[in-house]
Design a protein around this ligand. Structure first.
Ligand code: UDP
Length: 458
């Protein structure tokens, strides 16, 4: 009560990278802060903002420029060129935004929460005398790997067969983020640059929960004393259920297609859900193997094939039959929470990984790129909630291989299911009152309020 009575509420700018897998958790974290009385303004790029289908009404929206306001990365043509221009124009337009808000009495900014990909946002915030919280959207094993590269403890090309660091599982080459193996190390440099000024951040927040990443969290807090676990940032309805109407992240780039009625018809645990997130783009050969596998498999299937991927489906592949349904996009959380779903074939994006873990659905992992190989390792060998499908010499998962993995899960995976349900229980506890993430969010919000109070008293 005291917080909302303080006249104008404490105000956080939440700066997100323009991608579905980045905006989802940051928006969810924003909702947690709102519940602690903090006012939120979400900031994203102009192009991404124009393409958003929905935004929650309680959250204000502002934009910066990536230099390609009309077409984003596609207008740039080349992703490296896109990032280069973004890194020039982004800080300038973010500074303009802070300046504009600073001129208004009502819009004073108490804190900037920035996607850690934007290390420059911290420098800009500091120039305006505003504190900054880095928000890590990837998991702590991956963050630690990149941080070791930043420290000079690890470099590409990797020469060792086994990679071991304190608090991390022993990793093999196939478990390492894909950027280590690119000829051009631009993307590796990009993700490592998140850590260039991390020591100057006023808080370092990660979308995980303490119980899931205990060893790493205990180790990293000695290096980053301002580190806090605040996740999993997933709508409340699917976890702690404290806010029944919080059933969606609330921002979406793609339009969902109806599939709930189709699922309602299916027996418990009989459907394989297949989705590779918002960016992965497999070749035609891989799409064909998946298509044939699903057609031959004895289970029902629901497959998300984005518009951009549809032409890669075999010509005669039917999109709606009694056995299978192909949609362009869906509400993944609702699908994973549906009792008809018995298995998730995923690319292992960090959000999908957390979602399947938190909803207790065992997984077949087909990692595509970036951090997904490492997430697949955690799923199969550390949390033991799924199986990694092996690729052939052309890096394609063959239909028979995928079929075996699916069958193993659908026809007797009690151990994986039990493990997933245990993680779900711990995740719910972490987010409930008194839980590790709940208390960390509360403490963070209180600290912002202290900063806000000082401003009000000035
Ligand atoms: N998602 C969704 N519907 C779909 C596919 C994905 O709502 O049909 C959501 C999913 O729940 C997750 C996000 O999109 O929150 C994808 O993020 P992730 O980190 O898994 O993968 P990325 O898209 O970043 O590769």
């Amino acid at each position: 009560m005291e917080k909302t009575n303080m006249g104008k509420r404490a105000h956080c700018l939440v700066l997100t990278y323009p991608a579905q897998g980045h905006i989802n958790p940051l928006l969810q974290f924003s909702k947690l802060l709102e519940r602690q009385g903090v006012r939120i303004t979400l900031v994203t790029t102009r192009f991404f903002c124009n393409n958003l289908q929905t935004v929650p009404p309680s959250i204000a929206l502002e934009t910066i420029s990536d230099g390609f306001d009309k077409g984003g990365p596609r207008e740039a043509g080349d992703y490296k060129l896109y990032l280069k221009r973004f890194w020039e124009v982004g800080p300038l337009t973010f500074a303009e935004l802070l300046e504009k808000l600073g001129r208004s009495k009502d819009e004073h900014v108490d804190c900037v929460v920035y996607d850690s990909f934007f290390s420059w946002a911290l420098d800009v915030a500091k120039r305006f005398g505003v504190v900054g919280a880095a928000y890590l959207t990837q998991n702590m094993t991956v963050n630690s790997i990149y941080y070791h590269v930043h420290l000079g403890n690890l470099q590409s090309p990797l020469t060792q067969d086994e990679i071991s660091f304190p608090a991390l599982p022993t990793l093999h080459l196939q478990d390492m983020p894909s950027f280590f193996f690119n000829e051009d190390l631009g993307f590796l440099d990009f993700v490592v640059s998140q850590f260039s000024n991390i020591d100057k951040a006023d808080w370092i927040l990660c979308n995980t929960f303490y119980e899931l990443d205990k060893e790493i969290a205990d180790w990293i807090v000695k290096v980053w004393p301002k580190f806090k676990t605040i996740g999993p940032n997933i709508p409340s309805f699917f976890l702690d259920k404290q806010y029944e109407d919080d059933q969606d992240y609330g921002v979406t780039q793609f339009k969902s297609e109806e599939c709930m009625e189709w699922l309602d018809d299916k027996p418990k645990g009989s459907v394989v859900y297949v989705s590779f997130g918002s960016m992965a783009s497999f070749g035609e050969d891989q799409m064909e193997e998946i298509a044939f596998c699903l057609r031959e498999c004895s289970s029902y299937f629901l497959w998300v094939v984005r518009d951009s991927e549809e032409t890669k489906l075999p010509k005669d592949f039917e999109k709606k039959t009694e056995k299978g349904l192909v949609v362009k996009w869906c509400s993944q959380l609702k699908v994973l929470a549906h009792e008809a779903v018995g298995c998730f074939v995923t690319h292992c994006g960090w959000n999908s990984t957390l979602e399947t873990l938190c909803l207790g659905v065992p997984t077949v992992a087909i990692p595509y790129w970036s951090d997904q190989q490492t997430n697949a390792k955690l799923i199969s060998d550390v949390w033991k909630t799924g199986i990694r499908a092996l690729v052939d010499e052309k890096k394609v998962v063959q239909r028979e291989t995928l079929k075996h993995c699916i069958q193993e899960i659908m026809e007797g995976c009690e151990e994986m299911k039990t493990n997933a349900i245990q993680w779900r229980t711990l995740a719910v506890r972490a987010l409930s009152e008194g839980g590790s993430s709940y208390e960390n969010v509360k403490e963070f919000a209180n600290q912002i309020y202290e900063i806000h109070k000082l401003h009000v008293l000035k």
